[in-house]
Design a protein around this ligand. Structure first.
Ligand code: NAP
Ligand code: LUD
Length: 283
């Protein structure tokens, strides 16, 4: 079997085109959704992602503010900036790109963003809403991964979904979204004993570990849908996922490539959360 490649770039483009139409309609009613993206420090990958987010906003005709703060910015300065944006009526979405430098407490920062402008879906209020089945803003990367499965015709209900990784930004919200769609969900971590026993039983396998090519074809159930969230830069400068694409694609039924899989969806879902969530500030 050779897997069907899930083309994240094309699907992200479709999502963006749908939201362009809706953003145009909002504009004709005098509403321009606005996103503020804050980056602290000089991490090259983060800079690329943030620049792409701001560019994507412009393409949709959204208002955006790109706030680049130096790596030595104090936590207090960052919190003051967030407070200012919370009160700014032009801004409907606020995102602080992670990671932030070590001297800043990321939980404190995420808690400071108004839950009504939390387009990343990382505020505990929105995390709780997702966990109780009352989704408001879903985190962009897992939400985008869910859309990839749905748009590829992968059925979720009653299927065994295995999520490898339990981070707050990917693994945990991914598991909650799959559960919400009636999958039977298993979450694996670095402490899981005999990982392959679980991955081999997965109809849907989502891998978000940050370990280059750690899931190989022999760990995958024939015909499974494999979502590779990982983005790793190899010494030769090339990107690779957490799944060994070459061996996995011979076994899987569907698979996302890296690049061109989940990454572009993260940005598309951010646009959706910004344009689709703007009503939360208009009462
Ligand atoms: P993270 O915070 O480092 O979490 C990694 C998770 O993987 C942890 O829960 C860890 O378990 C688990 N893990 C590590 N090694 C493992 C192993 N050998 N077996 C089983 N589980 C293992 O990473 P993250 O933020 O979730 O990101 C994961 C990957 O996705 C990274 O490559 C990142 O660059 C990428 N990413 C991509 C996007 C995108 O838009 N495409 C967005 C976000 C992240 P413990 O909890 O036990 O330590
Ligand atoms: N922090 C994210 N930190 C890192 N890949 C992203 C990402 C686009 N607050 C906050 O944006 O959602 C976030 N919110 N994240 N990430 C990772 C994570 C954050 C990662 C990849 C891409 C966003 C992306 O466009 C392209 C692809 O996979 O095809 C490749 C881009 C390249 O480097 O060539």
């Amino acid at each position: 079997m050779t897997a069907q490649i899930i083309d994240g770039k094309t699907i992200a483009q479709q999502v963006r085109a749908e939201w362009k139409l809706r953003a145009d309609k909002l504009k004709s009613r005098g509403i321009t959704p606005g996103l503020a993206v804050i980056i602290v420090g000089e991490d090259p990958a983060s800079r690329v992602y943030v620049a792409n987010k701001v560019k994507a906003c412009a393409e949709l005709g959204l208002h955006s503010e790109h706030i680049a703060l130096s790596a030595d910015t104090s936590e207090a300065t960052l919190l003051a900036k967030i407070a200012e944006l919370n009160a700014d009526p032009k801004i409907h979405g606020i995102l602080v790109q992670l990671p932030v430098p070590k001297h800043i407490d990321s939980d404190k920062v995420l808690n400071a963003i108004s839950p009504d402008k939390d387009v990343d879906g990382f505020h505990p209020f929105n995390v709780g809403a997702l966990a109780t089945g009352n989704m408001r803003f879903a985190p962009c990367t897992p939400y985008g991964s869910l859309i990839l499965l749905q748009k590829s015709g992968v059925s979720i209900e009653g299927k065994h979904a295995v999520v490898v990784g339990r981070s707050n930004i990917v693994g945990k919200p991914m598991a909650l979204l799959l559960l919400q769609h009636n999958a039977t969900v298993t979450i694996c971590t670095s402490k899981t004993v005999d990982l392959a026993k679980f991955t081999r039983d997965a109809d849907i396998l989502v891998v978000a570990t940050g370990k280059p090519r750690m899931v190989t074809g022999e760990m995958i159930k024939p015909g499974a849908a494999v979502i590779d969230v990982g983005i790793n830069r190899l010494p030769d400068g090339k990107l690779c996922g957490d799944v060994d694409f070459d061996s996995a694609q011979k076994v899987a039924g569907w698979i996302t490539p890296v690049p061109g899989g989940v990454g572009p969806m993260t940005i598309a879902m951010l646009l959706q959360n910004t344009a689709g969530g703007q009503h939360r500030q208009r009462g």
